[in-house]
Ligand binder design. Structure first.
Ligand SMILES: Cc1ncc(COP(=O)(O)O)c(C=O)c1O
Length: 387
């Protein structure tokens, strides 16, 4: 050992500059600071907490599984994985019957890129401007924002970005060298932009015409967030690859790349993750999906989302440019920077998120009490109404 570094020695790499309250405990949409103060989660769990903090069924399943079998490599069947896959499979369209399990959203995207390139034998990936898919090299290559990409270039070759919701530009970008079209049904990080139905239909049609694959990145929109279990259900457009993560296991790290047997039959090579499909995450995922389905949380997202949307749409137009979203994934585009508003909301006990520099993003747990949501909306009205 070279020498002790001291209690203040090791800090998170690239941590945010601003002092934030230390959060020590959570229950539902309530997060409790070290000083005992209660905060309402309007986005602090980054879309992971669809079931709220510490969902009781997930906590019990994790405790049970941890005591039984914490880890086993994916080469051996385990009951927790079998149960999770059976439950998820029953909630998916019948064509989506193959799954690769990993540990995060970015890994779900990486797997999709590898699968698409290998299965089609083609190099190109078409993604959307304002899209966000993660921060490892493949997913970052599909991500749009220049400031996220530039320090790490060169990224992967063969990626192009087209304007979101522009059918002609999409059709012009896809040809016989395209392996994959990668889209978020609602762009989350990029400012909460909802895809037009016609755009998604055109994406489906052009991939069928050219032999490219279509992937929906539902890392943020999945698991009841947008008022359907998966956002694509709203339009009945089934992709070749469905990418899930965030709240899929109720708060335990997980990623999933779901595809078809037909795509699998064309896949050459191997792909693997040591922790992917581990029993702990699968037990959590099984319990989380059971709770989502039992409580029909997509209906709650739709109902509470409508309440929030109506209230936010009445904010003064001289401060607010537009309110967008689906279900409980909501963006309020301001005519000013969002950072000061987020600080003022935090001081009032509400933890929300930005999406870019001018969009307030609300991503509350779907189990949030209606009274907490209304109190959050009142706080936003009080702040934005102030000149
Ligand atoms: C749509 C989308 N894809 C991928 C990711 C990356 O997920 P992770 O941070 O788990 O790697 C995110 C994260 O916010 C996301 O919103």
């Amino acid at each position: 050992m070279i020498g002790p570094g001291g209690s203040d020695h090791l800090r998170p790499f690239g941590g945010s500059g601003r002092d934030r309250p230390t959060i020590v405990r959570g229950e539902g949409a309530s997060l409790f600071g070290a000083d005992g103060r209660r905060y309402v989660d309007l986005g602090a769990t980054h879309g992971v907490g669809n079931l709220g903090a510490c969902p009781p069924d997930v906590v019990r399943a994790v405790q049970r599984q941890a005591a039984e079998l914490l880890y086993l490599g994916s080469g051996y069947p385990v009951p927790a994985r079998d149960a999770f896959l059976a439950r998820l499979g029953a909630l998916l369209p019948p064509t989506l019957d193959r799954i690769f399990l990993s540990n995060s959203g970015t890994e779900a995207v990486e797997a999709a890129i590898k699968i698409a390139r290998s299965a089609t034998g083609r190099p190109r990936v078409v993604a959307a401007m304002r899209g966000f898919h993660g921060r490892t090299f493949g997913s970052l290559s599909a991500t749009w924002r220049k400031e996220l990409r530039a320090p790490f270039e060169p990224l992967l070759p063969g990626f192009v970005h087209v304007p979101f919701n522009d059918v002609a530009a999409l059709e012009a970008a896809v040809d016989g060298s395209t392996a994959l079209i990668l889209l978020e049904p609602v762009q989350g990080e990029g400012g909460v932009h909802v895809a037009d139905e016609g755009y998604l239909r055109a994406a489906r049609a052009v991939t069928e015409r050219t032999g490219a694959l279509l992937a929906f990145d539902e890392v943020q929109t999945g698991v009841a967030r947008t008022g359907r279990l998966f956002a694509f259900e709203r339009w009945g457009i089934v992709p070749d690859l469905l990418l899930l993560a965030k709240s899929l296991a109720g708060g335990v790290p997980i990623g999933a790349t779901v595809t078809t047997a037909e795509v699998e039959s064309r896949f050459r090579g191997t792909h693997h993750s040591t922790f992917g499909g581990n029993p702990l995450a699968c037990a959590a995922g099984d319990a989380a999906l059971a709770a989502v389905a039992r409580d029909r949380l997509w209906e709650r997202a739709e109902r509470l989302g409508a309440i929030a949307h109506e209230r936010l749409a009445a904010l003064p137009p001289e401060r607010v440019r537009e309110v967008r979203g689906l279900g409980l994934l909501i963006g309020v585009e301001l005519r000013e920077r969002v950072a000061p508003l987020l600080e003022r909301l935090e001081a009032r006990g509400f933890l929300a998120l930005p999406a870019g520099s001018t969009v307030l993003r609300l991503l509350p747990p779907l189990v949030i009490e209606e009274s907490d949501l209304r109190a959050g909306l009142e706080a936003i009205e009080a702040e934005i109404g102030r000149g």
